[in-house]
Design a protein around this ligand. Structure first.
Ligand SMILES: [Zn+2]
Length: 122
């Protein structure tokens, strides 16, 4: 589980990779890497380039509204399929962010039921 509002920096070059694809060491040690450092084969005491790794594509950018990121949109749709339409309490819990059931319901009605999708500028 990771939290969308976290700032993540590459452990090697210090680049802010919050909004970018990153790699983490799969041995459970807390190492974050940007794609560039990974491709260069950089390593430290926590991460050897021979270790297994996971690729994490963080969906922290907004799609329709500035305060709703792509991950929350996906979890909303996934929650609807899993819990059924109208189960906003379960769906809000599924998001596991600061969104309340009322937030989820009004966002859904505004974006998905109004028939006119609009895009946030970023
Ligand atoms: Zn880096």
């Amino acid at each position: 589980m990771f939290y969308p509002s976290f700032k993540v920096h590459c452990d090697f070059c210090e680049k802010d990779i919050t909004r970018y694809t990153k790699l983490v060491d799969a041995n459970g040690l807390d190492t974050d890497m940007c794609v560039n450092c990974f491709l260069e084969g950089r390593q430290n005491e926590k991460h050897s380039k021979n270790n297994p790794y996971h690729v994490i594509n963080r969906l922290t950018f907004p799609i329709y509204e500035d305060h709703w990121n792509a991950e929350e949109e996906l979890l909303l749709i996934e929650g609807l399929e899993k819990f059924g339409f109208g189960n906003w309490i379960d769906i809000a819990e599924h998001l596991a962010t600061d969104k309340t059931p009322e937030d989820v319901m009004s966002h859904y009605e505004k974006i998905y039921m109004s028939g006119k999708k609009f895009f946030a500028s970023y």
